[in-house]
Design a protein around this ligand. Structure first.
Ligand SMILES: Nc1nc2c(c(=O)[nH]1)N[C@H]1C(S)=C(S)[C@@H](COP(=O)(O)OP(=O)(O)OC[C@H]3O[C@@H](n4cnc5c(=O)[nH]c(N)nc54)[C@H](O)[C@@H]3O)O[C@H]1N2
Ligand SMILES: Nc1nc2c(c(=O)[nH]1)N[C@H]1C(S)=C(S)[C@@H](COP(=O)(O)OP(=O)(O)OC[C@H]3O[C@@H](n4cnc5c(=O)[nH]c(N)nc54)[C@H](O)[C@@H]3O)O[C@H]1N2
Ligand code: SF4
Ligand SMILES: [Mo]
Length: 722
């Protein structure tokens, strides 16, 4: 008889869908669907994960450990023929080789010369960060500052509210005005869409603020195409009008916020005409948006991480996050703001990650911290100055594909090509990064291992059961680092914890008295009995009181109030109030004379960052955008470019070949293209050849969306666009 197992989609997506997997008598998964009983998944999956059997059972899966053949140089490899550069080895040999090399490197250069590199290939609690963290802490390896995605926005939100909480997606149908601010709901967060549609059926209006005409923007009541990187100015300008016209909630501001007087002085500097000149939005539209926002109840902002991927992104996130504090929108069910809900899941991180193990390491202290957004610099420059610690001699990559997703790709690839760098890559496929590995290890998918997961777009905890046996010799992250710890001779019992032990520790379920009240009553057993998913206990009485995260204080900030003015940021040398500052690569600076086009190197709607482009079915779904540069007609005409022409897109960091799509989703002065694998791109490089290693204003995040380029019709030497 076929059976059904509850799992959780572990991709880095706010929706964290409940997934029901059907398994036949032979143990093979034959079907998957969205869990119909999950109130946010509502029985459907996005297009890319609906086709997940293609991924799990792809003939291209990595199934065995492999070692680079002697003498083969480190370089990008042709898709489908990568294995020719490697030879199969046993797990025993792979683990012994890695343990011996890491031990030798730690002895010769110090353990900080070993750098783990991981991000969110899986956001399961165990797979994302548990046994791996224990292992690298005990080793004394460098710590990785995981800034590549949401650190800036997260820190910015916390600086205002003290915690990453937001409006419940299930409250959205109550809203009367929804602003999707840098939020591609259709592409990146599809399970919010039915709630938005329900609100609209009840009379709500949807406004989208995005420089690019996403599908969400095209479906909206009002699309406001803003100049990239100018959102701080718009938010400050909206606050200017709201205060000028006394449309703010004086009682809420007086009771729950601090720094209003300083904010009032700051926003005086942002009158509508000045804001209009920066943002490219007319004064009339700015006035109308401010009035609509402040006078419609409930009003909610779905803010996503697009705004914080630029130099001024921290300040922009702070300024936008302050809007509902000014209007008191938090008091109303369906009002407020959602950037992330992840702060509601109070996992016991100290126990699952064990940072205390650094003291037991040969280092005997906290290891240095390396920012993942400057991987290129870390691999090519670290160790060249006296005080920055040792050069990186070993790189251990898992849950990530930095050769494709990290900025300033030329520098990343220069680092990865170093013959003296020992690189291990634990992966499901032969990615652009695996091409450069000394040892490649096969990883499981979420069908093949057990985990527990929260979400950053809803408030349900879910158990992800193992549905099928691992394919080939693929192994989960927890298994890998537990085995390696034992080969390295680490005797602490925590290295023998099983996935079930780790799940219980994450929830503190063996010690109900120590559980956070929001986890109360949630254990692996109750989760199982509930079909795999349970809502956090956010409401004291689930029937009567809807969850309003910031309706009233105290707040978890240093002052206990919502902080318009942040003394914490001031102490770090950061402007304690939001301000607009032009990005070095933008239309507001001199660099624009040389490179007059603002470039948006976007995510694919049918991919997950660099995950999926290697699968033919997914590539077909994204075919309208693969290898394509979207341009405004006037920018094309003035350069003699016609629709379909191959073009060079270039700046000082490099040049890539794309096919022009004239009249794409962009306005004059902006061009856009999408992430892909390097080896599936013309010339062997994707959009990140053009992005910069500059860091932004809060938290050291990358500036993917602050890039200047120019475009010219291809010359004879341009690789043919594919
Ligand atoms: N299909 C799909 N879903 C995904 C992903 C994927 O790759 N594909 N990635 C996942 C990941 S890792 C994340 S972090 C989330 C991210 O989800 P989002 O934060 O929504 O991600 P982005 O697509 O980076 O940015 C959202 C929008 O911001 C816009 N934008 C860019 N610059 C600016 C600006 O200066 N101002 C304004 N107002 N808007 C701007 C972009 O055009 C984009 O449409 O999505 C997740 N979901
Ligand atoms: N130009 C540009 N660059 C970007 C972005 C952008 O919008 N534009 N977005 C940025 C953002 S928001 C993010 S989050 C990063 C994302 O960058 P990454 O975190 O590197 O994400 P992916 O590209 O999805 O690669 C994840 C890899 O992990 C592997 N994987 C999945 N599950 C497991 C597992 O259980 N174990 C192991 N060992 N491996 C696993 C997958 O096969 C996949 O190759 O990219 C950033 N880079
Ligand atoms: S990628 Fe997102 S929308 Fe798609 S199945 Fe996974 S969690 Fe759901
Ligand atoms: Mo991300």
């Amino acid at each position: 008889m076929p059976r059904t197992v509850h799992a959780v989609c572990s991709h880095d997506c706010p929706d964290s869908c409940g997934v029901l997997i059907t398994i036949d008598e032979t143990g093979r998964a034959t079907r998957l669907r969205g869990d119909p009983s999950h109130p946010v998944t509502r029985g459907f999956l996005c297009g890319k994960v609906a086709k997940y059997l293609d991924r799990v059972y792809s003939p291209d899966r990595l199934l065995y450990p492999m070692r680079r053949r002697a003498g083969v140089p480190k370089t990008s490899l042709p898709h489908g023929r990568e294995a020719e550069s490697f030879e199969r080895i046993s797990w025993d040999e792979a683990l012994d080789t890695i343990a011996a090399r890491l031990a030798a490197i730690a002895r010769d250069h110090g353990p900080e010369s070993i750098l783990p590199y991981s991000y969110a290939g899986t956001i399961g609690v165990l797979g994302y960060g548990s046994m791996d963290r224990r292992f690298f802490h005990r080793l004394g390896a460098s710590q990785l500052d995981r800034t590549i995605c949401s650190e800036t926005g997260g820190q910015a939100l916390i600086s205002v509210y003290g915690r990453k909480l937001g409006t419940d997606p299930e409250a959205f149908p109550n809203a009367k005005l929804i602003i999707a601010w840098a939020a591609n709901i259709h592409g990146n967060n599809i399970h919010l869409w039915p709630f938005v549609e329900e609100a609209r059926r009840n009379g709500a209006k949807l406004v989208v603020i995005d420089p690019y005409a996403t599908r969400t923007a095209r479906a909206a009541d009002w699309h406001i195409p803003i100049n990239p990187g100018t959102d701080s100015a718009l938010a400050l300008g909206l606050m200017h009008i709201i205060v000028r016209d006394r449309l703010f909630d004086q009682d809420y501001v007086a009771r729950w916020t601090c720094g209003f007087d300083q904010l009032r002085e700051r926003i005086a500097e942002y009158p509508p005409d000045y804001v209009s000149s920066l943002t490219g939005i007319s004064v009339a539209d700015i006035e109308r948006l401010a009035r609509d926002y402040a006078t419609t109840t409930p009003a909610v902002i779905r803010l996503n991480y697009g705004v914080q991927r630029s130099d001024n992104g921290g300040a922009a996130t702070r300024a936008i996050a302050m809007l509902p504090a000014l209007t008191g929108a938090w008091k109303h069910y369906g009002g407020g703001l959602q950037l992330s809900t992840s702060g509601a899941f109070r996992w016991d991180k100290a126990t699952i990650e064990r940072p205390d193990l650094m003291e037991a390491s040969p280092l005997g202290r906290e290891a240095r911290v390396v920012n993942m957004s400057v991987l290129g610099g870390a691999l090519t420059e670290l160790g060249s100055k006296r005080d920055d610690g040792p050069r990186v001699h070993a790189l251990f990559v898992y849950n990530s594909n930095p050769a494709a997703i990290a900025p300033d790709q030329a520098s990343v690839l220069r680092g990865l090509s170093r013959p003296d760098l020992f690189t291990v890559v634990h992966e499901q496929f032969f990615t652009d990064t695996a091409d450069y590995a000394d040892v490649v290890l096969p990883a499981t998918t979420f069908f093949e291992h057990k985990d527990i997961q929260g979400a950053y777009g809803h408030y349900y905890v879910q158990l992800s059961e193992q549905a099928i046996e691992p394919l080939g010799e693929a192994r989960p992250n927890v298994w890998l680092f537990s085995q390696l710890a034992q080969r390295m001779g680490f005797t602490e019992p925590c290295f023998r914890d099983t996935p079930d032990d780790l799940i219980a520790q994450a929830l503190r379920s063996s010690h109900p008295d120590q559980q956070h009240p929001w986890f109360a009553g949630i254990t692996p057993e109750t989760l199982q009995a509930a079909g795999g998913s349970q809502r956090l206990r956010l409401e004291e009485d689930q029937d009567k009181q809807p969850f309003l995260p910031f309706a009233e204080g105290p707040f978890e900030t240093p002052s206990g109030r919502i902080e318009f003015y942040s003394a914490t940021l001031a102490a770090q040398g950061v402007d304690p109030l939001p301000a607009f500052r032009p990005a070095p690569e933008s239309r507001h600076t001199a660099a624009h004379e040389r490179y007059p086009l603002e470039f948006l190197p976007r995510k694919g709607d049918n991919y997950m960052n660099s995950t999926f482009p290697n699968l033919p079915g997914h590539r077909a779904m994204e075919s309208a955008f693969n290898g394509v540069l979207e341009m405004h007609a006037d920018d094309a005409t003035s350069r003699g470019i016609a629709d379909g022409d191959t073009v060079d897109v270039f700046n000082d960091r490099g040049s890539i070949a794309l096919r022009a799509h004239v009249n794409g989703g962009v306005r004059l002065g902006v061009v856009a293209a999408r992430l892909n694998w390097n080896k599936l791109s013309a010339g062997g490089h994707n959009v990140n050849l053009l992005t910069s290693q500059r860091l932004n204003d809060i938290g050291g995040g990358p500036v993917f969306y602050s890039v200047l380029v120019d475009v010219r019709k291809a010359s004879a030497s341009t690789p043919k666009a594919i």
